[in-house]
Design a protein around this ligand. Structure first.
Ligand code: FAD
Length: 187
């Protein structure tokens, strides 16, 4: 049983996993390795002079793993809400988590197959998105959405930021108080 499972390991999903794992939550990332970010050359990601999309995705996953997140290469096919949590069916194993964050980029199939409400997208080239509130809640309790699939601007700094925002909201919900993750520069 995981506390937080994240579908998608691109900037939004891996960033969410970094915050969730660093908060000490039992965190799983399920990723099918089809990130559009892997086609990018990035010069506009704050704090990073320039980086290739493949490198940004790889570093993000390394950070999440180093902080304790488990990453499995698989395709999630359906989410089923139940009394014991959210069951995640994949093209391999089945998993259970208290909370699930959908961070599947331009892919809506698992959200639609799970009955999560969607709506037309508003960003360029984005046809459909998950219908979620500003804090990332979807139409199904304990299922959240972050990044491109949640309708934010399709830029790595924004999708990574949105993944972090939603993970902090889920951690805060699990902790019953607002969560802050600050490390201090050693003197
Ligand atoms: C050609 C190109 C150039 C770009 N250049 C820039 C740029 O210069 N600067 C910039 O800021 N942004 C750029 N972008 C945009 C950037 O890549 C995206 O905005 C953004 O980072 C997407 O992040 P995401 O995490 O929402 O989605 P993605 O990075 O697409 O990640 C989604 C992940 O979810 C996984 N997934 C989907 N469905 C499932 C499922 N059912 N089960 C398991 N895993 C699943 C996918 O395999 C993927 O790994 C570019 C995009 C493209 C296509």
């Amino acid at each position: 049983m995981y506390e937080i499972a994240i579908i998608g390991g691109g900037p939004a999903g891996a960033s969410a996993a970094i915050f969730a794992a660093k908060a000490g939550k039992k965190t799983l990332v399920i990723d099918s390795d089809q990130s559009v970010t892997k086609r990018a050359w990035i010069l506009n990601h704050y704090g990073v002079a320039e980086i290739s999309g493949p490198d940004l995705v790889a570093v993000g996953k390394q950070q999440a793993t180093q902080l304790g997140a488990e990453i499995v290469a698989a395709k999630a096919t359906k989410l089923i809400a139940g009394d014991e949590g959210i069951t995640i069916e994949t093209d391999g194993e089945t998993y259970v988590a208290s909370h699930v964050i959908i961070a599947t980029g331009m892919f809506l199939d698992v959200a639609e197959a799970s009955g999560v409400r969607t709506k037309p997208g508003t960003e360029p080239r984005i046809k459909t998105i998950v219908d979620c509130s500003s804090d990332g809640r979807t139409s199904i309790d304990n299922i959240w959405a972050a990044g491109t699939v949640a309708g934010v601007s399709m830029h790595t700094i924004v999708t990574a930021g949105d993944g972090a925002k939603v993970a902090i909201n889920v951690v805060s919900e699990l902790n019953g108080e607002r969560y802050v993750d600050h490390d201090v520069l050693k003197a």
